[in-house]
Design a protein around this ligand. Structure first.
Ligand code: CA
Length: 472
């Protein structure tokens, strides 16, 4: 069996931490003062080079504070209600405390109300003007020189001590297939002469996934399912071809009524934020059950997301033109807009890291399996949302849209083991002598996503961890 060496990946320390700040000016005219790369926070850890959560980011999550806090004498084990927090450096700003302990401008209190109650979805429903207004207020309050600093200093929890939860209940989960290099590579496994089906360049392909199993839990149990054997008959047993898929998740904010499609020009007003997403996939169950319909039990056992929701606004400095390769068809008019052509794409770096149980025992670091970029999406987030509603389908706050596996054109940019191992035919050679075609019990997969660009302060999207547990 041929092998691929991953030793280079070990030395390849994350580019995010090597990133050098360069901020002579804002990078595009969409930026506002909240994106100013020279803006620093009075929370020192937010200003560290490589900090994922500088004051330019301000992602939100739901969390439970530490049960006992020696500094404040906080000992409220009965308070198990979630609250919404904002990440700043290595701390989380507790918006429940902030709404009562800190003075704000009058128009900010109604925005803090749902967040204080731990209801991020209710805040999402307020719409883009409210999202922008609160972002501006939080950015000013957390920046150096703010009069609110002495009050908000009492509202910070160390990130390492809080328990992070799902940001909101997922209403519906849709997974697209918008990474064209993934579509080509996986298509080639089945149809070497015709990897890309004729609809791909015209319609954003997707399917309705399972919402109930989307979670931030750091573990996933190997699923049972029907597996085809060599003689063509199925058996029921644990999946032997468990895989991950490197994706982004788009959190829908504002609803659209049933029967009222969202035009391209307004599509981004319905996108609240973004997360990294691991669409766990059992390839053997998938291969047997998907004849002829799409993904079902091979996918519905688990989907992992980051607890942090990075707002659409925070992505502004990393917006890029949407460009199709020369000779490819241009989108139909209902999937096209001048804004989308100018700014529809987003430059987001993505990485997959693996640490096996043996690597943990030997205190070896995780190894990077692949790296890619959201610029390789064939369809922009606005096009995915506009297409989803183009038949009148109503999206609701808390719905989640997966982009589909984000692979690049080169082999080391493949966003799944199915591609990296060419369908399990080429084993990966891991540091320490282990090999992998698909995931084994005890393997920990970590997805990382971050944005960096000249003239912008880098931001992180948090991490998505998942350790494979054995079938019971
Ligand atoms: Ca997927």
């Amino acid at each position: 069996m041929p092998i691929v060496s991953l030793k280079d990946g070990v030395e390849n320390a994350c580019a995010f931490h090597r990133c050098v700040l360069a901020h002579p000016r804002a990078v595009n005219p969409l930026c506002d003062p909240t994106h100013d790369p020279t803006r620093l926070s009075w929370v020192p850890s937010a200003n560290a080079p490589g900090a994922e959560f500088p004051v330019q980011n301000l992602p939100m999550a739901c969390f439970l504070p530490p049960r006992i806090d020696a500094v404040r004498g906080y000992d409220d084990q009965a308070d198990e209600s979630l609250r919404v927090g904002v990440a700043i450096g290595e701390h989380v700003l507790d918006l429940r405390l902030a709404s009562t302990l800190c003075p704000w401008a009058d128009e900010i209190y109604p925005l803090l109300e749902p967040l204080s109650a731990g209801d991020l979805a209710a805040f999402m429903a307020l719409g883009r003007p409210a999202w922008k207004l609160l972002r501006a207020a939080l950015s000013a309050a957390l920046s150096e020189g703010s009069d609110q600093a002495p009050f908000l200093d009492m509202c910070l929890w160390p990130l390492a001590q809080v328990r992070l939860a799902m940001p909101c209940r997922v209403g519906d989960f849709t997974d697209f297939f918008a990474g064209i290099h993934h579509a080509r590579a996986t298509g080639a496994l089945a149809r070497p002469d015709n990897p890309l089906l004729p609809n791909y360049q015209w319609v954003p392909v997707g399917y309705h996934g399972r919402a109930s199993s989307v979670d931030v839990a750091p573990a996933v149990r190997r699923p049972m399912g029907q597996l085809r054997t060599a003689d063509g008959r199925p058996v029921f047993g644990p999946s032997r071809r468990l895989d991950y898929e490197l994706e982004l998740g788009l959190w829908v904010g504002a609803d659209n009524p049933l029967g009222q499609p969202v035009p391209m020009e307004r599509a981004e007003d319905h996108l609240f934020g973004i997360t990294a997403l691991n669409d766990w996939s059992a390839r053997d169950i998938q291969a047997w059950e998907s004849l002829p319909l799409g993904p079902f039990l091979a996918k519905s056992f688990a989907t992992s997301v980051s607890p942090w929701v990075v707002s659409w606004e925070a992505l502004t400095p990393f917006r890029r033109p949407f460009v199709r390769p020369e000779g490819d068809p241009q989108p139909l008019p209902h999937l096209d807009s001048a804004f989308n052509r100018a700014w529809g794409a987003i430059d987001i770096h993505l990485e997959v890291w693996l640490r096996t149980a043996q690597m943990r025992e030997k205190r070896m670091p995780a190894v990077r399996l692949s790296h890619s970029n959201a610029l390789d999406l064939y369809w922009t987030p606005a096009q995915l949302l506009a297409h989803h509603t183009s038949n009148g389908c109503n999206l609701r706050r808390g719905d989640l849209l997966g982009t589909g596996t984000l692979s690049g054109p080169r082999p080391e940019q493949a966003g799944s083991l199915l591609e990296l191992t060419q369908g399990g035919r080429v084993a990966l050679n891991l540091p320490g002598g282990q090999m992998r075609t698909f995931l084994e019990d005890g393997d920990t997969v970590t997805l990382r996503a971050y944005c960096q660009a000249p003239g912008a302060r880098p931001i992180g999207l948090g991490r998505v961890h998942g350790t494979v547990l054995p079938t019971p």
